[in-house]
Design a protein around this ligand. Sequence first.
Ligand code: ADP
Ligand code: ZN
Length: 731
Amino acid sequence: MAMRISSTVTLTRVRLLVMNAALGPLDYRVPDGVRIGPGTVVLAPLGPRQVTGIVWEPERLPATQVPEEKLRPIHAVLDVPPIRPELRRLIEWTADYYCAPLASVARMVISSGGALSGPSTMTEYRLSGGAPERMTPQRERAIGALEGEQGSIRELSGLSDVSEGVLRGLVNQGVLEPVSVDIDRPYTRADADHETPQLNDEQAQVAAELVAAVKAREFAPFLLDGVTGSGKTETYCEGIAQALKDGRQVLVLLPEIALTEAFLARFEARFGAAPVLWHSSLKSTERRRAWRAIASGEAQVVVGARSALFLPYAALGLIVVDEAHEISFKQDDGVRYNARDVAVMRARFEKIPVILASATPALESLHMADTGTYKRLVLASRYGGAQLPTIRTIDLTQEQPGRGYWLAGPLVAGLKTRLERGEQSLLFLNRRGYAPLTLCRHCGYRFQCPNCSAWLVEHRLSARLACHHCGHETKPPEKCPECGEPDCLVACGPGVERIADEVAEILPDARIAVATSDTLNSPEKAAEFVAQAEGGAIDVIVGTQLVTKGFHFPELTLVGVIDADLGLEGGDLRAAERTYQQVAQVAGRAGRGAKPGEVLIQTRHVEAPVIAALAAGDRDAFYEAETDARRHAGAPPFGRWGAIIVSSEDDREAREAANRIGNARPRFDDVMILGPAPAPMALLRGRYRYRLLLNARRTAQLQQVIRDWLSTINHPPGVRVGVDIDPYSFV
Ligand code: ADP
Ligand code: ZN
């Protein structure tokens, strides 16, 4: 019989990329008879401990000096498929582009410790049908609630609202029986033709292009540019269906907040099976199951937040980035990468198509389409003939609400009319809680977070003052901590809770729902909200950006934007663009059914180009003005930005480190370096922060400049120096 030729060669010495950013590459000896090649995931000794590593092509990592006879042997080869070369190249590219350690990027690939430990089972419990010796109210409740359920003791406790102790008692009595489950049990298979929609001509044309690209198996980046409600999702699902038919995997990246039940239910209706989910709050067993199914090729469609991008897909055939303009694709700590851009690179290494879908694409993406790098596919009209809403501005300098009120006359009138007609309204304000600032009426003391340069936000529903940056919380005190005056706290400015109070005052009969990450903090609550809104049990929704996308409520005919100027005040590079996107997205919620929609935008700057463009519904005018402004400022896509963030728990140490870096600044004609200066968030989570900003021409080797510069300087161990390439947030 002929020997099967394996791509795995027999090596005697290997170089590992180990999952520890503090270490460089390490060399090991391969024990006799062990077959290992680049990509193999192994466990290796490190001092008295062990470390996970990926075998790498030795010539692609810095050399090591250990002589042959001193090498320690690899401890074990782990039972997972080798990391494929396409993904190894992506790891290298990401580390290089974002100035991050290779190990930190590789850890995003090996992102489930459990997945490495081979197949395994876990114990779950279910009712056996037996009865306990003695019935108690608790036991009765458990037995009633757990009919037909199976899960770990903890999950069953959550389901039945009965303590884990009571449930263990039922296990001892044989009322709950153990069942051994394979953690890696297969997922339900998706079916490409389960429920195919009848596409209209425009959709069918776009779908045909996507299907052809999936079949072709070549790198092909698309910008799917379609107005809200035009059927972008329906259309890219045809590309997904083609990949399923070809036995290839699909990754759909969504902003974390759009990972709603509604979206998943839609997927299930189209393909007859839920997609495999990947996000930050998966349980460790779910993570492990998903990771292994992705690596084996069993997972067909993965829907995930940005971190799903680095998973070890066995046979990826298509990547979709939905709502591709969303800033939540940009990670702002650890490896500061933009998942939208890395998705395009991954598609390039994998030689597959990638679809960036959006109704309000980032200027950078439009530029790529205009210059022919991305192919632009347009869906110009709403599906089913629904009209885009009419948009009007309300000039707050003319139509002032009363003191302590935030809704101007025309908006109040609009709300009343909708309530009379039995239609829904949505008020949008991107501020959680009741009021963004609380102060003492007597002495003017302002409640500030002890760990951050930020005011504490009052949350009346939970009776807390909370920091939205670090999570610090306190109860509102009875007396001012500064002057001791009792009952002296005043709320300044509005949050969604306060707007909801105002609506309740104006429309006492209206059924009002506050929709934020505080109130819809679980999939169940989100599903309940959607069911109520769809069923007509809510008249007015007051929400943050959580409600700007994904939802399709046919009876919603009025959208009110409480403060369109809010985003413009931050002073960051993309403020105008973000305002445009947010308002356009929330406007897209209005009039999706048979009845026409109206959008009222409250602003103090009716003349600002972004507001004027919104009011005129003239997207091109906005992008043209913004393009000119960016070109003039040398901002992306015409120039490049980079940031260096220096932080320490000790202010002086941080300042000195920032000055050391500033004093060593290199001089180049094509790179301008600003700072160091205290960051706008000068204190964040207990760390003092300083920033330097770089503005470079497109031709400059920005990353190389930064690497060379920073590598010459040493700092005390308490100092952290972070690099942010293409930063979004200037805090
Ligand atoms: P987008 O992603 O562009 O906002 P969606 O794909 O969510 O648009 O479509 C908007 C609404 O119209 C959804 O309820 C969707 O199910 C419906 N729809 C779009 N295209 C079709 C179609 N060809 N057949 C049936 N329903 C469609
Ligand atoms: Zn804080």
